[in-house]
Design a protein around this ligand. Structure first.
Ligand code: ATP
Length: 233
């Protein structure tokens, strides 16, 4: 479904991705792990076209999207819940969700809203609450719900459990499974490597802009190098 081939991405003179080749198949949960600064966020953002790859190619549903503008990439069926959630604090839950679906017509908007409220009953309860007054876990649910408003085929999640309590982390991983079971393919970036590999069909390890390991989630969980570097020994 999604294929990055030999992708290089730069920020000016800084090279953040150095020849990355990664594939995500329809229906999978694929996890990308790596240390701070390895280039995980850059990889997801390169899929979204912000920034564009400086060389190599990004293909989605057999079409080359390497140089497409971000709004076009979103229209083709990719959505992202960014690192740090970035909800609009002064807007209500419903208003935030509507921002996610800004290019839907009113009927599509109503359908998407009710779908997101079914998936996240807490958001429905709090639909008139200002996002900035919600808990970290609720804001994360809102960020994921906002990404789902366009009914994407591929959902990119950047560190969805960062800074959350264990109980909420478990809920977020349950939601990720549910989203996949509803037919959305998930590409997940996580610091919480253990949980993220448990939920993943496959995973990649990124180090200083390069993929150094690719395997099933199960195999990565028992890999000695992964254990030492990312799973606390
Ligand atoms: P973290 O887990 O800390 O979020 P990451 O693996 O997501 O890290 P990136 O944020 O993709 O890593 O950063 C990869 C490299 O690119 C880092 O060296 C970072 O300093 C650099 N970088 C990221 N964004 C920019 C930017 N806007 N301008 C310049 N350099 C950047």
């Amino acid at each position: 479904m999604l294929k990055l081939e030999n992708v290089h991405t730069h920020y000016g003179a800084i090279q953040a991705l150095d020849g990355v080749t990664v594939e995500v198949n329809r229906g999978e949960i694929v996890t990308l792990i790596g240390a701070n600064g390895a280039g995980k966020t850059t990889l997801l953002m390169t899929v979204c076209g912000t920034p564009h790859a400086s060389s190599g190619s990004v293909t989605f549903l057999e079409q080359d999207i390497t140089h497409c503008p971000t709004h076009e990439i979103m229209r083709r069926g990719i959505a992202i819940s960014p690192e740090g959630r970035r909800v609009f604090s002064d807007l209500t839950v419903t208003e935030n969700l509507k921002m996610g679906g800004f290019f839907l017509n009113s009927q599509e908007m109503a359908t998407s809203l009710s779908h997101v409220f079914d998936l996240f009953p807490r958001l429905k309860e709090r639909r008139d609450q200002r996002a900035g007054t919600m808990s970290g876990g609720e804001q994360q649910m809102l960020a994921i719900g906002r990404a789902l408003m366009t009914r994407p085929q591929l959902l990119l999640l950047d560190e969805p459990t960062l800074g959350l309590a264990p109980l909420i982390i478990a809920q977020i991983f349950d939601i990720i499974r549910t989203i996949r079971d509803e037919g959305v393919t998930v590409f997940l970036v996580e610091q919480n490597a253990s949980k993220a590999l448990q939920v993943a069909d496959r995973g990649y390890v990124l180090e200083t802009g390069k993929v150094v390991l690719a395997d099933s989630g199960v195999n990565l969980l028992v890999n000695e190098d992964v254990k030492k570097a990312y799973l606390g020994g």
